[in-house]
Design a protein around this ligand. Structure first.
Ligand code: ADP
Length: 633
């Protein structure tokens, strides 16, 4: 017998699962049944796709039995099985990516954690909520040796050789006090019906049936085995046969989510291509959505045979939050996973699925604001990625985007913005490049606010990349197409409609601009008189194609090659700080004012100063009115 230590993360997860899922402990059975179902899926695929497995007599099934006296519960499948190496790998570590980040997100609030753990998928380890010891005996298909894995869910587990007649896995739980309720026919049947009714393989429950004579006297008992689930693939059924609960139960089974999905779309296509799809949108963003090695959420089946759940090409990347199943009747069963991407049938199914999802998104966005607001809160970012990546569906996606705004609470769309536009307004304005609070406080908004023009607040990092690609927004009204320019108010040239400075003051202040430009040298691209400032003395803007200074700094911090972005400094020609400079000839004083005007404009945009000590020194000098020649300051 060899003893192995659990990976540190497993230890932590075990502890968390046991404490946060305590009140929802019956889900352990769903997890074990779901593992058994996956194991059957995998073997089924091999028997049709790989000649080496052709001779295996395969009658897929899952069996559950229990022993009240011994306090054991057993789940058996005749699926793919595990060898010693698989056991160490699968039942001793957490292979899933992002585990560490996930664990860091956990709090000590059991309710919140149980939601998170639900999203993460608790899996096999959840059985330790109800078991003080677990034994797994398994034999891998195509191999002769069998192995026994044993653990009390503390620091370690043991593996030794064992015997097993055929391929498959038997998991035996030695139940603890909390688990004793599960040695009962009715509670097991109830849990299976609730959580695993639509597992696509039959689940049999074996129990003792007591027998009675005519007078109701117990005469003995006999062993009965009965199928307790529906056992048919839910996605192949007709919608009319299914209830909301059926869809929800299947969703929870495939995602391990503890919450219901936000909505789902079930499609049966008949005609040139025959296929079934069942797609779900989770209520919460899957935890690994923004990890490079995220796990795709759509499984591919061919004629009910599971092919893969690990193909990122089944959906466009911007739809990677979708969960569900595609089952095709037309693909060959032995299709190799490697060439799937080049398959024409599959790419047609994929395109049709994207269209279907977009159509459903459109309907919901137009008819169910509450639902769509939840969607926007979770999936705006992937939709924006779609705007950037998917040129075919770009227009449809732009209509689905929702934004924060200076004019309304909550989410709004381009179309709604347009409906609120001022008479004669030609542009849709937005401000990007920082968090919501900084953006809302930005002096860049002053002129728009003074004129009552709405500005959309773009506070996501992707906005800086995506929004500059949306230069126009078009909307059909009957025969005509209406069109508006989309402009960032933090860019040079976005303020043409506002027109505040008159020609005279422009001429008046020319010498000031020259002095400031000279003092700032190559720290700025240009110094201009602003039409957008009312209260603040200065602000920074960038050229139309440049990212904001804040974003450029962030890209740099992430190690991305970023060209040096220089801002254009705009100054408020009516502000006393600026007008006072008209008659000033003291070059060092002008330099102090120039740097303070630039640095305060950077600070208010949330940009880190490159030399804050210098800024403070100059500011103090200005505040105390100390002569610049006095170097003691
Ligand atoms: P998940 O199912 O999300 O991968 P689990 O912790 O439930 O996570 O299971 C870990 C792994 O152990 C599975 O991915 C699978 O490789 C293996 N495994 C668990 N149960 C079985 C089983 N009944 N038959 C074969 N392999 C299994």
């Amino acid at each position: 017998m060899a003893q192995h230590q659990f990976q540190t993360e497993v230890n932590r997860l075990l502890h968390l699962i046991i404490h946060s899922l305590y009140s929802n402990r019956e889900i352990f059975l769903r997890e074990l049944v779901s593992n058994a179902s996956d194991a059957l899926d995998r073997l089924k695929y091999l028997t049709v796709a790989d000649d080496a497995y052709k001779d295996i007599a395969f009658d897929p099934r899952i069996d559950i039995s229990f022993d009240k006296e011994k306090k054991t519960l057993t789940i058996t499948d005749n699926g793919i099985g595990m060898n010693e190496e698989d056991m160490v790998e699968s039942l001793g570590t957490i292979a899933r990516s992002g585990t560490r980040q996930f664990l860091e997100k956990l709090t000590t609030d059991a309710k919140k954690d149980s939601n998170l753990i639900g999203q993460f998928g608790v899996g096999f380890y959840s059985a330790f909520i109800v078991a003080e010891k677990i034994e797994v005996v398994s034999r891998k298909a195509g191999e002769d040796a069998a192995w026994r894995w044993l653990s009390e869910g503390k620091e370690s587990f043991d593996i030794e050789t064992a015997t097993r007649e055929t391929q498959g896995t038997t998991v035996t739980l030695f139940l603890n006090e909390e688990g004793e309720d599960f040695t009962n026919r009715w509670s097991i049947e109830d849990i299976i019906k609730r959580y695993s009714n639509h597992v696509a393989f039959p689940i049999y429950l074996t129990y003792d049936q007591k027998e009675y004579d005519d007078k109701g006297k117990e005469t003995g008992s006999s062993v009965k085995t009965e199928q307790v689930n529906d056992g048919a693939a839910i996605w192949r059924k007709n919608k009319s046969e299914l209830k909301n609960e059926d869809y929800v139960e299947f969703y929870k089974q495939i995602t391990h989510d503890t919450e219901e999905p936000l909505f789902y779309i079930h499609t049966k296509a008949e005609g040139t291509l025959e296929y079934n799809t069942l797609f779900y949108i989770p209520k919460k963003t899957p935890f690994d959505l923004y990890h490079v090695d995220y796990k795709p959420g759509v499984k591919l089946y061919v004629k009910r045979v599971f092919i893969t759940d690990d193909d990122k090409e089944l959906m466009p990347t911007w739809l990677r939050f979708v969960r569900g199943v595609i089952d095709s009747e037309d693909l060959p069963l032995n299709i190799s996973r490697e060439i799937l991407q080049q398959n024409k049938i599959l790419s047609n199914i994929k395109n049709a699925s994207v269209k279907k999802l977009l159509a459903e998104f459109k309907t919901i966005s137009e008819t169910d604001k509450e639902k769509w607001d939840i969607f926007a809160g979770q999936y705006n970012r992937p939709l924006k990625e779609g705007v950037y990546q998917d040129w075919v569906n770009r227009e449809a996606l732009i209509d689905l985007l929702r934004f924060k705004s200076t004019a309304v609470e909550g989410w709004t769309s381009f179309a709604e913005y347009v409906s609120r536009m001022k008479e004669g307004q030609k542009n849709i304005y937005y401000l990007s490049g920082g968090d919501e609070k900084t953006l809302r406080a930005s002096p860049l908004l002053e002129a728009w606010q003074a004129k009552g023009i709405e500005v959309l607040i773009m506070d996501e990092e992707v906005d800086e990349i995506v929004m500059p690609t949306i230069t126009k927004y078009e909307k059909k009204e009957g025969e005509t197409t209406l069109s508006w320019d989309v402009k960032g108010v933090n860019h040079v040239g976005a303020d043409t409609e506002l027109g505040k400075t008159d020609k005279q003051s422009e001429k008046d202040l020319k010498p000031v601009l020259t002095k400031l430009k000279k003092a700032l040298g190559d720290q700025v691209k240009d110094v201009k008189l602003s039409k957008r400032l009312y209260d603040s003395p200065s602000c920074i803007v960038t050229e139309e194609d440049d990212p904001s200074i804040k974003m450029a700094q962030m890209f740099k911090a992430m190690g991305q090659p970023t060209p040096e972005i220089k801002p254009v400094l705009e100054i408020n020609g009516e502000h006393p700080i600026v007008t006072r400079l008209r008659d000033c000839t003291d070059e060092e004083h002008i330099a102090d004012v120039a740097i303070v005007l630039l640095d305060q404009a950077l600070l208010v945009e949330g940009v880190r100063l490159s030399d804050s000590a210098d800024f403070i020194k100059r500011l103090n000098r200005l505040l105390t009115g100390t002569p610049v020649s006095d170097k003691s300051v």
